[in-house]
Design a protein around this ligand. Structure first.
Ligand code: GUN
Ligand code: ZN
Length: 432
């Protein structure tokens, strides 16, 4: 049993934020040896139950749930900041050439190690990530995540057409590789597999059909792809799949929309697309820094909420510009301001934070497992220093309520705020 005394942030089932200025968090291993939250709440009310246990005192710090990144590309760690006119030239000129390097296991291992360090340094404790089309890239990332005890979901990218030599795969082999990787990794320790067609334009109908068949055979495996990000991409998808009602409907037509299916971007949707998301249980990975960087457009929060489909936040590195959840939450705020619905929304700091923790976990089907610090949750958390920089210290000291405190962290904060990231037994960071 480990007991912490600190300010404590967590979320109620309805998404509202719960905050104890003087809080207690108790964690202990379950029967299987996995550390879980056993108590979380006000120190005053709980501390008598934990007398006799050593207490880690964290004065001036905030314990908060580890962040959940719903969509990121580990092989694009070095692609961040590559300029292009838009998505398709960015893929052709930077991303595809770079991803060819991951055919080499040793190269993938070295990037995977850096990538996971960078996630943890930024306070991200769960990620749904793309690998490349090379099975070795999946092995490299899973092995590294397993070594850290991290909850991580990834999969081999499927792309058997309209892709250059070096990343293009072969239809039948790609599906056999996918199934072999599911059997090797899915459900091992904290790892999960995601069937990963890159996006409809780079897969043949046969490959999408095979992916859909695997998704039906392995219902608790995730599915991840991209949709409705960029207008040129949408035009291309519509040309290639004229029989489908919309770009999103292509995925539905091949059995790739269900719970645990996560579609990045979901910008240029109509209400039928939104209803299809809602009715199938598929969810959106909203990727605001990427959408702003590549000039893709703005996720329409108001319409998503009106129709009622699930979503959460994602960095989408390397289209996205930062591993930092603080940068992503701030960009989401800007995007909410724009929206397609005028006037745009003012997303509250509590909503933004929820979208990157408990809300993202729930969209992934991992509600009550990660992204929160309610009893029963796996004990992945961050220790935040709200005075990490002179400006933050000055600003957070003046906060009169939780919203002002969280907003100061979102607007001014970055990796310097994250003093420790704690995963199960393992700790990372300068304060660890
Ligand atoms: N669509 C297809 N591939 C990609 C990718 O790697 N990044 C983004 N942002 N969109 C894509
Ligand atoms: Zn992406």
């Amino acid at each position: 049993m480990r007991v912490y005394r600190s300010a404590l942030l967590r979320f109620a089932d309805d998404g509202s934020a719960l905050y104890d200025q003087d809080g207690l968090l108790a964690v202990a291993p379950d029967a299987a040896g996995r550390e879980r939250v056993v108590a979380a709440g006000p120190w005053q009310a709980l501390s008598s139950h934990y007398a006799g246990h050593p207490v880690t005192q964290l004065p001036g710090r905030i314990i908060a749930p580890g962040f959940v990144d719903m969509h990121i590309h580990f092989p694009q760690t070095d692609v961040i900041g590559s300029p292009a006119d838009g998505l398709l030239p960015w893929l052709e000129n930077y991303t595809f050439p770079h991803e060819t390097r991951f055919a080499d296991l040793a190269y993938g291992e070295q990037v995977a190690e850096f990538f996971i360090d960078e996630l943890l340094r930024n306070g991200v404790t769960t990620a749904l990530t793309f690998a490349t089309s090379h099975p070795a890239s999946v092995d490299a990332l899973f092995a590294q995540a397993q070594r850290r005890g991290m909850r991580l979901i990834t999969g081999k990218v499927l792309q058997d057409r309209h892709s250059p030599d070096g990343v293009r795969d072969e239809t039948e082999q790609s599906l056999m590789d996918t199934e072999a990787l599911i059997r090797r990794w899915h459900g091992v320790d904290r790892l999960g597999y995601a069937i990963t067609p890159r996006f409809a334009p780079t897969s043949t109908p046969e490959q999408l059909r095979g992916a859909g068949a695997l998704a039906a055979r392995y219902p608790d495996v995730w599915i991840q792809s991209h949709v409705a990000e960029n207008r040129d991409e949408i035009r291309w998808a519509r040309e290639l799949f004229p029989a489908s009602r919309s770009y999103l409907a292509v995925y539905d037509d091949f059995g790739l929309m269900r719970e645990r299916a996560v579609y990045a971007h979901c910008i240029h949707f109509d209400d039928d697309d939104r209803a299809l998301m809602r009715d199938t249980g598929a969810v959106a990975a909203v990727s605001p820094t990427s959408n702003l960087f590549l000039g893709s457009g703005f996720f329409d929060y108001a319409s998503a909420d009106r129709v009622g489909f699930g979503y959460g936040l994602a960095s989408d590195v390397g289209g996205g510009t930062s591993f930092s959840p603080f940068h992503t939450m701030l960009a989401a705020y800007y995007v909410g301001r724009e929206g397609q619905t005028k006037p745009g929304l003012s997303l509250t700091p509590e909503q933004l934070w929820w979208q990157h923790t408990a809300g993202a976990a729930s969209a992934l089907g991992l509600g009550g497992v990660v992204g929160n610090l309610q009893p029963g949750c796996e004990a992945d958390f961050v220790v935040l220093n709200p005075a990490a920089t002179p400006l933050l210290a000055r600003k957070t000291q003046q906060a009169r309520n939780l919203a002002e405190l969280l907003f100061a962290l979102i607007v001014i904060g970055d990796d310097r705020v994250v003093e420790q990231t704690v995963i199960s037994q393992a700790k990372y960071g300068p304060g660890a």
